[in-house]
Design a protein around this ligand. Sequence first.
Ligand SMILES: NC(=O)c1ccc[n+]([C@@H]2O[C@H](COP(=O)([O-])OP(=O)(O)OC[C@H]3O[C@@H](n4cnc5c(N)ncnc54)[C@H](OP(=O)(O)O)[C@@H]3O)[C@@H](O)[C@H]2O)c1
Length: 356
Amino acid sequence: MSSNMRPLREIRYVLTGLGNIGRTLLELLSAREEPYAERYGVALRCVGVADSSGAAYDAAGLDPALVAAIKRERRGVSALPQHDPDLSAAALVAEADADLLFEATPTSLADGQPGLDIVRAALRSGKDAVLASKGPLVLAYAELAALSDSGGNLTRPRMRFSGAVGGALPTINFGRRDLAGAVIERAELVVNGTTQVILGEMAAGRSFEQAMAIAQAQGIVEPDPTLDVDGWDAACKLVIFANAVLGQPATLADLRVVGIRDVSAEQLQAAQHAGGRVSLVALATRQAQGRYELSVGPVALGPEHPLARLSSQEMGLVITSDLGGRSTLASLEDGPVGTCQAMIRDLLELYGPRRG
Ligand SMILES: NC(=O)c1ccc[n+]([C@@H]2O[C@H](COP(=O)([O-])OP(=O)(O)OC[C@H]3O[C@@H](n4cnc5c(N)ncnc54)[C@H](OP(=O)(O)O)[C@@H]3O)[C@@H](O)[C@H]2O)c1
């Protein structure tokens, strides 16, 4: 450790959800404790964790490497000595002496739970929240924005969710921060990895079932694959983008959503022969009155389209704005690590060093 290190700021966090995302995040934070302390001046202390087996709290700190190891052995929080059988995840978050919630429980489009109550508990008890889960944002964006700084009141706890819309692809940050001052005319997002793989494999001659098996082997398919295939995962991301970036209070009911089930091998091959590809595109187009028309569906992208250059493993976006022209971003990510990086950048945006 360098001798001229700035004084450390302790950040106490609770992590709910210890699956692909939560466990990987713990491993990364535990392995990078020292460089993050040195570079950003933060000392991260995990004080609470929860999974489907229960919750555990220790004001003096839990060992993140131990928690991750327990999860790798397919055991649960109930195996920790600090496990409290009477403590729910939401109660843990409400009662913990902590600064920050990392939320990575499963996304439910039925009621947003368990994440919705967990995020409410964090914001109502004055804690900042960094979400990977989409359900709370899709079903209750306006409510959570009003409880947090996302609604414009900067004295409220802060809410960040850059990993919920395309993992490491900085969809939300780019739209909100880097295109500040410009009016977005059109946003095209390829943000569902499963359909990108399936359509790519089918264009290469595999059947839908074979292509789905390849995507599943990569670990990128939602537990309920219909969410990917029927366009709902992309639709969720577009709803969050519309609320957070376009300032339009959209819900899933406002979108026209078509999945990829009816895309034929002939259509895929025709697009490929023309030098392009078919992708599932989440699209927002600005209408004359300033509102955005929102849709999700398969699009044959011609060879001149920047998103036609994406490989099957990549996600990307093209945003056209009045002042910024056409901006293109693409991201090639490896499993859940990209989403964890997004959660870490949110953390560092909130607590990293600032000028002045
Ligand atoms: N995977 C990705 O690449 C990715 C990318 C962006 C966003 N996301 C979002 O991030 C979230 C997590 O994804 P994931 O892939 O990590 O999911 P996952 O592997 O299914 O993990 C979900 C975790 O939540 C825990 N859990 C379930 N019910 C709970 C409850 N009632 N209280 C507390 N914990 C509970 C599970 O416990 P057990 O371990 O005991 O089962 C598990 O640890 C999802 O909302 C997903 O949509 C995922």
